[in-house]
Design a protein around this ligand. Sequence first.
Ligand SMILES: NC(=O)c1ccc[n+]([C@@H]2O[C@H](COP(=O)([O-])OP(=O)(O)OC[C@H]3O[C@@H](n4cnc5c(N)ncnc54)[C@H](O)[C@@H]3O)[C@@H](O)[C@H]2O)c1
Ligand SMILES: O=C[C@H](O)CS(=O)(=O)O
Length: 498
Amino acid sequence: MADLFQNYIDGTWQAAATGKTFASRNPASFQDVVGHFPASGPADVDDAVAAAQRAFDGWSSTPAPERGRILKRIGDLLLARKDDLADAMTREMGKPLSETRGDVQEAIDTAYYAASETRRLFGHTVPSELPDKFNMSIRRPVGVCGIITAWNFPVAVPTWKIFPAIASGNTVVFKPSEESPHCGALLLQVFADAGLPAGVVNLVQGDGTVGGALVEHPSVDAISFTGSTEVGTKIGETCGRLNKKLSLEMGGKNPMIVMEDADLDLALEGVLWGAYGTTGQRCTATSRLIVHEDVHDKLVSRIQEAAEDLTLGDGREDGVDVGPLINEDALKKVQSYMEIGPDEGATLVFGGDTPDDPTLDDGYFFQPTLFTDVTPNMRLAQEEIFGPVLSVLTVSSYEEAVEVANNTDYGLSSSIYTENVRNAFRAMHDLEAGITYVNGPTIGAEAHMPFGGVKGTGNGHRDGGWEVFDFYTETKTVYVDYSGQLQKAQMDNAPDAE
Ligand SMILES: NC(=O)c1ccc[n+]([C@@H]2O[C@H](COP(=O)([O-])OP(=O)(O)OC[C@H]3O[C@@H](n4cnc5c(N)ncnc54)[C@H](O)[C@@H]3O)[C@@H](O)[C@H]2O)c1
Ligand SMILES: O=C[C@H](O)CS(=O)(=O)O
């Protein structure tokens, strides 16, 4: 019998009030059951929110540097458990160990960064217009924060939210994806072992209905969501109705431009990692290759040669480059585009099917795939496939490349490969995205840099970096009037004109 896991509420592990559980399976071998997890319901969300509320006064009044010392301990424990966490992550969601170790490292870096920021939660002092009056601003925590995340970076992405939230003095209810509950449980075990006080971070496992209950809960003051644009849009409507603070990090359809003067060796490496890394299951994955006509055939040929050498398999085995898709639904979605593409007039150059290796039959594997003759308004070029499928579009100028790149509802990551410094600087301004790489693939950001998207990817907030603290704090303006008399601000206090 696979291990039975529980929710973590008010410092204790406990079963769901429903008494029901769901299984998490290894996508590389779906016979392998990782464990059974609580199928929570609204009552569990109520308990978790109440625990977070009880913990809020004590935690928010804990001196920020002390909160930072606990975050430092969390970072140290994540470092100590890095290999075990990475192995568990690969088993639960499939990406190779080299990537899952990177995922944990992002969490470690985020812990240390958030810890350092607890000594920099600056306000401002401002000269008053009136005599004997002191003006300043201070930063206060928001309150109880609901954190809802996707499965593809099941350690890194939750920490991008939880760590700045608790560094700022908030308390948290965390709902991981039902595709990666074990990673969520292992994270909470680290927090508990690092001495995080009870109720500061609470874990409630379950599906979208549990996420929905968290969003709707009247005592949850802010929601930070990472996931699909479809779900994020629904959450946005609810939070708009409830006037609830909300941060959204959603889908992507990320373009990589390769100009005629690009370093093609560099561009080839960028395409292979950007398009087929994490089996194309990253919000920042390269899904559109916009290549100048002068280098199109040469680059496509080199990609085909290199991609066909990529090794598919269980990410815990040495030498595996590409793991499985997360589940059967994801596999069916990717397979559907193998008909959609040709039906629209695109040409399948390589891939397009599950591997013909019988040792992979138990997993949701799919070959790295590439289509050419893709035009900007095809579904292949517009819709997030979230798999190892690259659509190649041909252009004849920088201007056309930017126009094609921006022709999307999303705006997360982007990149341009060029040796022309003028085009490089123009692209930083012209590409409609939250991130632009020059001579690098469309990937994410470093822990201390703002991460997020524009248009249908985000709603104006950022995870990561210094900006994320603007989401997890509220600015309060404070006046101290020591004049001993009524001074009427907002009146015409200007001295009489000379
Ligand atoms: N922009 C980013 O930083 C980023 C990072 C990772 C993944 N993603 C996106 O996430 C998607 C893949 O992840 P996924 O399949 O887990 O996404 P998803 O939207 O299906 O699920 C994300 C989370 O939302 C929960 N959820 C589902 N329905 C809900 C509802 N009605 N109310 C509240 N919560 C609900 C899920 O249980 C899960 O925890 C892709 O679109 C990818 O681009 C974006
Ligand atoms: O999908 C999540 C993000 O894309 C992670 S990263 O920014 O690509 O590392």
